[in-house]
Design a protein around this ligand. Sequence first.
Ligand SMILES: Cc1cc2nc3c(=O)[nH]c(=O)nc-3n(C[C@H](O)[C@H](O)[C@H](O)COP(=O)(O)O)c2cc1C
Length: 347
Amino acid sequence: MASVATSADRLTEAWELGPLRVPNRVLLAPLAGIGNWFVRLQAKRYGAGMAVSEMVSTHAIHYGNEKTCVEMLRIDPRERVGGPVSIQLFGADPAMMRSAAARVAEVGADAIDINMGCPVAKVCKTGAGAALLADPDRAVAVARAAVEGAVGGQGALPVTVKLRSGLRAGETSGFDLARRLVEEAGVAAIAFHPRSAAVQHRGVPDYTLAARLVESLGAPVILTGGLGDAARVREAFAVTGASAVMLARGALGNPWLFAELVAGRERAPTPAEVVEELHWTIERAVEHLGEPRATRYLRKFYPWYLARLQMDAPSAKHLQAQLQQSETLGEVRQLLQARPAALALAV
Ligand SMILES: Cc1cc2nc3c(=O)[nH]c(=O)nc-3n(C[C@H](O)[C@H](O)[C@H](O)COP(=O)(O)O)c2cc1C
């Protein structure tokens, strides 16, 4: 195993994902209800080598659901600067996957990821997400259909699959399926989350199992799980030997983590920088959803940014409640501006 320091240098190296060149090895993971074009753009602005969308329903794309096709498949030209954009699809029907993959290629995605890791009942009861681990033949058929459908103007798009290690603790059905997906379906890389679906996002990921997959799979492995800060990312990247890492909860309201890992940024953002970034996010949400919907949508974003404002806990809690109860974004902007005294302390 390479030392953590030597291997961390490799995070900034380019690598090949099928026909694509990805400029570095630190990617944004798919995040349901969050990973839209502007969250992906934010990650790219801070140096992410590739960003994956929130999961999108193949059923909704196939039947032309307007909100899905207009909002969730929206790719902003600014996102393309600095590396590819991947759209994640979920579904258990090969024919629908083929049709959705074709549509995703048409709208200009560079790659497609298939969700075989989501443990949520709403998804699993349709046979999709982590439920596909229990039906490996179907999983291979779904992935093959995506590979066949994903032919865009620039040729075939690489298809990746994001997998759990298994359904229950100690199971390795995901590990076993990875090889079939690569060999039988032509999948270009596996994004591996070495936790079972049963534990959802709790507990320590099994990096030993991820290292075994890296050694045995004839395709790149992208590691996800437990990558909450730069030290943990560097350590997990070194011990697994993965080709790349995907940041998920660690990147929520924290695009600076990308800069730390790929551009050598050493200091935490100042409160003024955090507030400025939150204003940027608010403006992009308005651009995406219009003001009334953005007001509601942004409520889940505030706690992530407040956590970085270096405020004492009661003040942060109070400000969070005020932001989340605001009826307009004008009120939100005022609340953020009314904080300069508290924020200036640590600038
Ligand atoms: C709010 C939230 C939404 C997520 N949405 C998706 C999703 O749409 N598709 C997916 O494959 N994984 C999804 N995940 C899983 C993450 O991509 C990632 O694999 C997981 O959080 C483990 O990484 P972490 O421990 O570093 O957060 C989600 C996780 C969270 C916390």
